[in-house]
Every structure is written in C-alpha cells, then in structure tokens.
Design a protein around this ligand. Structure first.
Ligand SMILES: [Zn+2]
Ligand SMILES: [Zn+2]
Length: 210
C-alpha cells in the first residue's frame, strides 16, 4: 500500500485474503473506497488471487499490463520456470499442488502498455515502468522519493531465498537483468520486493555485476 495524497494498492495477494486485507486496511486507517487503483505488478496467482474480491470491496480500478490481462480474466495464470537449482526444485513441487488452488478470475479495468505511466493523477508522485523478465507483463512502481516496488523482479524471503536476490523463477532471466538496468537508470534507493523485506539498491547492483 502506498499513501500520499491519493491511495493505490499494489497487488492483491493469494486467493481468499479478503479478510486479511480488510483487517490491514483498518489498522492503517484507510477506508476501502479511498483506494482508487488496484495495480498488479504481474498476474501470477499469488499476486492476483484476491483481485476480484478486493476490486469488489473497494471499487478500485484494476490495472495490469496488456501481456497478462488475459491471465486475470481467465483466473489461469501460468507458472514461471525455475532459474536456479533450488528454483527448479521448488517449482517442480509447486506444479504438483497448483491444481488444488482455485484462482478466481477478475475483470480488468485498465490495460497498461510498455510506456512509462505517471501516477500523479491519482495523487501518487511516481511512475509505473514495464520491467519484464520474471513474467512478460511485470511492472514496477518507482516513487520520486526513491522507493521502488518491484513485484517479483527481486525476492527476499525464505523459503525462496535467504537474502535479497534476483528472482529464482523467471520466464526470461536475461530480460530480468535488462529490466534492472532500466530500473536503475531512475534514482532508486530502496527496493521493496513482493516477497520479503525491503533492501538497499546496492545489493542488486552487486548481484548484476556478479
Ligand atoms: Zn511471480
Ligand atoms: Zn510472487
């Protein structure tokens, strides 16, 4: 959740998280109707699973990149391949349990293209940038203050990884690096991955140089 003059929500979590979301909003002192946009960093199941519920609760406009709009509408997003040995093992197990997970589809209100999109109209001083690689329609939100919300373009949580790293699953690992280079052309200081705690941009610069 980002709050400035306006209020948008980044990602909608796993399925059946409406209650967790409602409680989080209450703690933050935000009314559901204050959220103008529900922006998906990408449409993997763990990011769009409660999109339909949250869209209904808040009345927010659901935005997703055009490459993944159909994944949201169908409720049938693909799983990305593992990149590292652990990523491949993790994903092999994940593929086995995925048929047991019901992912509700959702309507899409606005489809994003590849060009950057400022959010000032919604009271957020920042920009949406297309950062594909983990998935074809992955986007990041970069605030003018230097915080970047990057979805799964980085990961920082067990059991995915022990410390901040590039994603262990990705459709195109080379494109992940290209997207990072594009992202780091902006004055980004702090990275907020979807999975795990925030970390300094320097960590990613080192990972890219390695
Ligand atoms: Zn993902
Ligand atoms: Zn994820």
């Amino acid at each position: 959740m980002l709050e400035a003059e306006g209020c948008i929500l980044i990602d909608a979590g796993q399925p059946k998280k409406k209650r967790v979301f409602t409680e989080g909003l209450e703690r933050a002192g935000i009314r559901p109707e204050d959220i103008s946009v529900l922006l998906l960093t990408h449409a993997h199941w763990d990011h769009m699973g409660s999109a339909s519920d949250i869209r209904g609760l808040t009345g927010a406009s659901l935005w997703v990149h055009e490459a993944e709009a159909e994944w949201v509408r169908s409720g049938a997003p693909p799983l990305p391949p593992g990149v590292t040995p652990w990523g491949r093992t993790f994903m092999a197990v994940h593929r086995l349990v995925m048929p047991l997970i019901n992912v509700p589809p959702s309507n899409v209100d606005h489809v994003l293209g590849d060009d950057p999109r400022r959010l000032d109209d919604y009271g957020i001083p920042g920009v949406i940038v297309h950062t594909p690689g983990h998935s074809p329609g992955s986007i990041s939100v970069i605030l003018d203050s230097g915080e970047a919300f990057v979805g799964d373009l980085a990961m920082n949580r067990m059991p995915l990884c022990r410390s901040p790293s590039l994603p262990i699953f990705a459709d195109d690992p080379e494109q992940v690096k290209t997207s990072w280079e594009r992202l780091l052309e902006h004055p980004v200081r702090r990275i907020y991955p979807a999975h795990g705690a925030a970390f300094d941009t320097e960590v990613i610069r080192r990972a890219l140089d390695a």
